[in-house]
Design a protein around this ligand. Structure first.
Ligand SMILES: Cc1ncc(COP(=O)(O)O)c(C=O)c1O
Length: 310
């Protein structure tokens, strides 16, 4: 059902077939959450949806959130707030401020008020005195944690599975990229018993499984985290990853970002290349969680032409 919150977004997000380099007997589809909205699509929209509802119902006057200088969440929050006429405030990790940072320029163009705070204060988030002093200037702020990862986000994300059920009956193996694991947990909570979630960790974090588990409702076992596809860590890349993303886009027309969706799709093709694994993978669906603004940020920071994203 469309609601006021669904305005200007494409729902359900389309599911497309991928024909590129598949072993015989394997079907691979991709759910294009990135197409929900050009600026605030992907898992960001899912995470923000019910937070936006809480904001609108609660009579707040500003929406405040946290992120790094290239954060997809900061970009998406600024965009969605601009659409709804909400004052947005971004608390950015670290005092260094680059006036040419494309993510922050874009957020400011959407009206977001940006505050850089020292890394140690940022680590403490709402407990930090720097943050408290800053926030006291605003009259009735609604605060969303870093990455948008709260309970309302879990509910929003779980709706991806409800949509899949209505769109594509034969999906057994679902793949998603994970940072905090909130998106993965929301999906697991809503899976059918015959469905399995393959979670690709994009960072080095041995505790990710436990982080996901503590967000689950009940004892779910139909999921697994892969810890070998981070390519050196969060926001790190390898030459293989960048070549794969460029090639995948050339062959399928589907853009992937280097931080999340590129690592997920790279992992899928690596697993498909292992016969002992691929023989168990029949009907597969990758979730494109968006984050494409990260390509601009990546190319801005990257100084090596051979590692450029095209
Ligand atoms: C594009 C994209 N995909 C996936 C994720 C991972 O989401 P989560 O932190 O819920 O694991 C993020 C980060 O929020 C993201 O920006």
């Amino acid at each position: 059902m469309q609601s006021a919150l669904d305005r200007d977004v494409v729902l359900p997000s389309p599911i497309e077939a991928i024909e590129y380099k598949l072993p015989v007997g394997v079907r691979l589809h991709i759910k294009r959450e990135d197409l929900i909205h050009p600026q605030h699509g992907g898992n960001k929209w899912r995470k923000l949806k019910y937070n936006l509802q809480a904001y609108l119902r609660g009579g707040y006057t500003e929406l405040v959130t946290f992120g790094g200088a290239f954060s997809n969440h900061i970009a998406a929050t600024a965009s969605i707030c601009a659409d709804y006429g909400i004052t947005s405030v971004g608390i950015i990790r670290g005092t260094y401020s680059d006036p040419a940072n494309p993510t922050l320029i874009n957020a400011q163009q959407h009206g977001m008020q940006i505050h850089h705070i020292p890394k140690d204060a940022y680590r403490l988030k709402e407990e930090s005195t720097v943050f408290r002093e800053l926030i006291s200037r605003y009259s009735s702020p609604y605060i969303i944690p870093e990455g948008g990862s709260n309970q309302l986000a879990l509910t929003g994300v779980s709706e991806i599975v409800t949509e899949i059920r209505a769109q594509e009956e034969q999906v057994e193996h679902i793949f998603v990229a994970a940072g905090t694991g909130t998106t993965a947990a929301g999906i697991i909570n809503n899976l059918e018993p015959n469905q399995f979630l393959h979670v690709i960790a994009v960072l080095k974090h041995a505790g990710l499984d436990a982080d996901i588990r503590q967000r689950l409702s009940g004892n779910k076992t139909n999921w697994k985290v892969y810890h070998d596809y981070h390519h050196g860590g969060y926001a790190r890349v390898s030459g293989e990853l960048i070549s794969f993303i460029n090639e995948f886009k050339k062959e399928t027309g589907i853009p992937l970002d280097p931080i999340y969706t590129g690592k997920m799709m790279y992992a899928i093709y690596d697993l498909l290349g292992q016969e002992s694994v691929s023989e168990h993978l029949g009907n597969m669906l990758a979730i494109h969680t968006g984050g494409l603004q990260g390509i601009t940020g990546y190319n801005y920071m990257n100084k090596d032409e051979s590692l450029a994203l095209r």
